[in-house]
Write a protein that binds this ligand. Sequence first.
Ligand code: NDP
Length: 286
Amino acid sequence: SRIEKRVVTLPDGTTVPCIGQGTWHMGEKPQEKAKEIKALQLGIELGMKVIDTAEMYGNGASERLVGEAIKGRRDDVFLVSKVYPHNAGLDKISTACENSLKRLGTDYLDLYLLHWRGRIPLEETIEGMEKLRKEGKILRWGVSNFDTDDMKELWNTTNGSNCATNQVLYHLGSRGIDFDLLPWHREHHVPIMAYSPLAQGGALRKQLLTDPIVNEIAKKYNVKPLQIALAWTIRTNDVIAIPKAGQEQHVLENAEAAAIELTQEDLKRLDEAFPKPRKKVPLDII
Ligand code: NDP
């Protein structure tokens, strides 16, 4: 599929498809579970093999649902989970990881992220992550919700530059990272994982849906406005977008977005509608 051909290279040379699947709020409603599992499995079949979850999501419910969805297909997915900041110290990180692995029904994670920065010193979290890596519980580790100063600090910490990615909020309606964080990542050859690439659902989503330029470009490609928004996040081949879709129709649409190659002219017009910031903006977070 188009997704499998359009890949992002991680610092260790591993390639992953540019569109994966988020799972926040999945597994929380029993009556939705079967549908959500089917949606995730369809996504995997379509090549969206990066699956993003966290111990936080539904208190483990998301990881358990992902575990059900990937049963018998572990080798087909690139599994990402996240540790709570308060579990990211040397005393707790191994247990937190072990619990995630149990819920997911696997013996390793492809990527383990520090969900956001808490009070535990970076040195200690890195040491814990490196230990898990040596034990084979995780293949690589990264961070989430780190702004440019945090990344610089990480790079100045022992083994900090072993970090494989930084998962941050990024979509057409919230492009603060285009000013300095994304350039920092490019300079250091560390890809970004874009969360909430479809603007989640609030006011900004409405802005994307109703914007005349987004709609005009969508018409040109015969797709929906949100597919243009998704294609926009992956335009540079160093961003992995992880939209969450519990409905198969949405999964299909998201997978199709990988086939949309926006032209320089499209990008210029989208820049006019949603300008890139001209000064530092603090990292947007959810
Ligand atoms: P998204 O921007 O991915 O939006 C998800 C919403 O959009 C859902 O309501 C979904 O509906 C809907 N949707 C999905 N595809 C389509 C489509 N093609 N057309 C119309 N609607 C669509 O928001 P999220 O906040 O969920 O972000 C994605 C993932 O990123 C999360 O699930 C999580 O894994 C991760 N994340 C990480 C954070 C962090 O701190 N590291 C913070 C926030 C998110 P439906 O489900 O009904 O299909």
